[in-house]
Ligand binder design. Structure first.
Ligand code: PRX
Length: 660
């Protein structure tokens, strides 16, 4: 385990400068959050969360709040509710049925839809009836592999409505990664589309499902949305068009209430081994956490705000802050299908101007990309509708934070840098707009009712000015309830490092004022453009290539993507290539990784090397490889079997330069 380094000199400089942006008086006047929230919540966190939970619509009110049998939590367990009813029916019943739930923007210009809450309820009801007609019952897992189209949300809420946990798999994953996830959750039904539009191209999704399902014989139903009109192959008896099955269904569906601890979804994420973890979330606590954080962190006013989380529904950000939090709060949202540069590098700014987006939530990688594309692009659009900006998914460097504030937020919008994880379900560390004076690049403080600490290797709290490991010291409503089918891994991964507290896997620093700065992962998990990938998973894919003997993968700092993947690869003796043939083989390995995992897992650089640095016990010294990849002076090499190996790799690296 490494101790994280403070990102760079600029970061340090700003840290010392302790620059702060206090909330404006105008914002404070109208903010949902008040400074008293912290005192109220922290005086009795369970009572506070229970109060927040009572804002949901319960069929049976709960009397129990938290049952904590470490590391297993149950929240509101004797209450019953339906997540989809909370997201839809109650808004319609309260007379808000004509309010737009989604302004959907397709990637091709002019492709758009406005869907009201009533229409959404009808669509979800039809889809719920359709799933029931296909034999899906409460408790059955349904895999969803979709582009960013309204049917993705409809499918999720339809599953929730009938109590069938969904497992949404990001559309960028390839067939093998898909198959692993479908098998692990034992899904029998898959919902997908022919494809989706990305950067002007009709990318195929059904084709990946077809390949994946060769490995998943138990899947007997595939529902396919026609999005692009591309040709697809068809397995008779298994594959059905969405419009043929869903459209004729009754648009009314009587939702059943489920216990608060009924599983809502599984979301696979990368851990430190090659096998992804099926993080599972349940209903009552998760909805409470997402809706509460959505209300206070984004200061949402459902009557007037146009909220836009620019993330994919295939990641947890999309689950919590496109589907469950915002829909529970009845807000109007923008949902965009494509890439930020489709139809011009100002696409986002056009969308904001056109729809009058008031709150934007996105990842630092996007912000850094926009910085590179130029200030003139946002400057040529009217972005004055914006009143709040959010950041998520990776550490935001102070430079990007300042650019976001100035060029997108017009120096007027508060920025909330929100730290959380697939496992936490919702936001955990964040400023509260209207309350917290922010510092560029800092996550600041735990959300009310959340207890976080920064500890040293022995679990003792560090003092101000010190760095260490981030832990969460009390159970919280949105916390994962486990790893699907693997209780031991759940205990081991999160609860064994320190007794009784949740170990997040991140490094953090507490500054002189006691405010928190998130510094990235301290384990073998990489964060590339906010996408979470494990070094072991990528290594596993590389050694699956027939020419490869061994591979070591590290995440190296990257100005644009936060981290980038660098792979060190040794070949089987028979495959040593003559110089010149190397480039072709490297390309082949990159494509192989894309095929096994996803194009997002392609290394920035692959170095073919005759050997890898190992300790005398045979462990690969990743720390040294990270130094090599980041062009840093090499650390201690005395424990290596052959110190000359690192030197050789260092030279190889230098002679190859950076590859795209
Ligand atoms: O390292 C942290 C980083 O993203 C990890 C969680 O990734 P994932 O489960 O995919 O969820 C991403 C969206 C919530 C964390 O362990 N991370 C997330 N948000 C931040 C962050 N690092 C620094 N600052 C953040 N705001």
């Amino acid at each position: 385990m490494t101790t994280p380094r403070v990102e760079n000199e600029a970061f340090e400089a700003l840290l010392h400068e302790q620059r702060r942006f206090s909330p404006s008086e105008a914002f404070v006047q109208q903010a949902n959050a008040t400074a008293e929230l912290y005192a109220e919540a922290n005086a009795d966190p369970e009572a506070w969360w229970a109060e927040e939970a009572r804002r949901l619509t319960w069929s049976t009110p709960f009397t129990k709040v938290l049952e904590w049998d470490a590391p297993f939590a149950r929240w509101f367990s004797d209450g019953t509710l339906n997540a989809s009813v909370n997201c839809l029916d109650r808004h319609v019943e309260d007379g808000r049925g004509e309010k737009v739930a989604l302004h959907w923007v397709g990637e091709p210009e002019g492709d758009r839809l406005a869907i009201t809450y009533s229409e959404m309820l009808a669509k979800v009801s039809k889809a719920a009836n359709a799933l029931t007609s296909l034999g899906v019952q409460a408790g059955d897992r349904v895999a969803i592999y979709m582009p960013m189209i309204p049917e993705a949300m409809v499918a999720m809420l339809a599953c929730a409505r009938i109590g069938a946990p969904h497992s949404v798999i990001f559309g960028g994953f390839s067939a093998e990664a898909l198959a692993d996830r479908i098998l692990d959750a034992d899904c029998r039904v898959v919902i997908t589309a022919d494809g989706g539009f990305r950067r002007g191209v009709a990318a195929g999704l059904k084709v990946q499902i077809d390949d994946a399902l060769k490995l998943c014989p138990d899947v007997d139903r595939v529902l396919v949305v026609r999005r692009t009109g591309q040709d697809v192959t068809w397995v008779e008896g298994r594959d059905r068009w969405w419009h043929e099955v869903v459209d004729p269904q009754p648009s009314v569906h009587e939702a059943q209430a489920f216990p608060a601890e009924h599983p809502l979804y599984i979301m696979y994420t990368s851990g430190t081994t090659a096998k992804p973890k099926g993080i599972f979330h349940t209903t009552g606590g998760y909805l409470t956490h997402t809706a509460t954080t959505h209300r206070y962190v984004f200061d949402v006013k459902p009557e007037t705000d146009i909220f836009w989380t620019a993330a994919d529904i295939g990641w947890v950000t999309g689950h919590s802050y496109i589907v469950y939090g915002p829909m529970t709060n009845g807000v109007t949202q923008v949902m965009y299908e494509g890439t930020p540069d489709a139809g011009g590098q100002d696409r986002w700014w056009r969308i904001i101007e056109e729809y009058g987006v008031t709150i934007l939530y996105c990842a630092p990688t996007a912000i850094r990309t926009f910085m590179k594309w130029g200030d003139h692009l946002p400057a040529s659009h009217d972005l004055t509708s914006l009143r709040l900006l959010g950041s998520v998914g990776e550490p935001i460097n102070p430079g990007a934070w300042m650019w976001y504030r100035t060029h997108i937020g017009g120096d007027r919008c508060p920025i909330v840098d929100t730290w959380w994880q697939t496992e936490t379900g919702g936001i955990m560390i964040t400023p509260l707009p209207g309350v917290t004076a922010t510092k560029p690049g800092a996550g600041m403080v735990p959300f009310p009712g959340i207890s976080a600490d920064v500890v040293d290797n022995d679990g003792a709290s560090v003092s101000n000015g010190q760095g260490g490991l981030l832990v969460i010291t009390r159970p919280w409503p949105g916390m994962l309830r486990g790893i699907w089918g693997d209780e031991e891994r759940y205990r081991e991964t999160y609860w064994s490092r320190f007794d009784g507290v949740y170990f997040a896997g991140d490094g953090a620093k507490r500054d002189e004022d006691g405010d928190l700065w998130l510094l990235g992962r301290v384990d073998d998990v990489m964060n590339v453009s906010g996408h979470r990938l494990s070094t072991a998973e990528v290594e596993h894919a590389i050694v699956g290539h027939p020419a490869v003997a061994e591979a070591a993968v590290v995440g190296a700092s990257d100005e644009m993507t936060g981290q980038a993947i660098v792979a060190f690869v040794t070949l089987k003796a028979a495959n040593q290539v003559a110089s010149g043939g190397e480039a072709a083989l490297i390309e082949e390995i990159r494509n192989h990784i894309a095929q096994v995992i996803s194009p997002i897992a392609k290394p920035r650089q692959i170095i073919l090397t005759p050997d890898l640095p190992k300790t005398r016990s045979g462990k690969i010294m990743r720390r040294l490889l990270r130094d090599v990849a980041e062009h840093r002076a090499l650390g201690d090499v005395t424990t290596l079997t052959d110190p000359a190996v690192v030197k050789m790799i260092d030279e190889l690296m230098a002679s190859h330069g950076e590859e795209e």
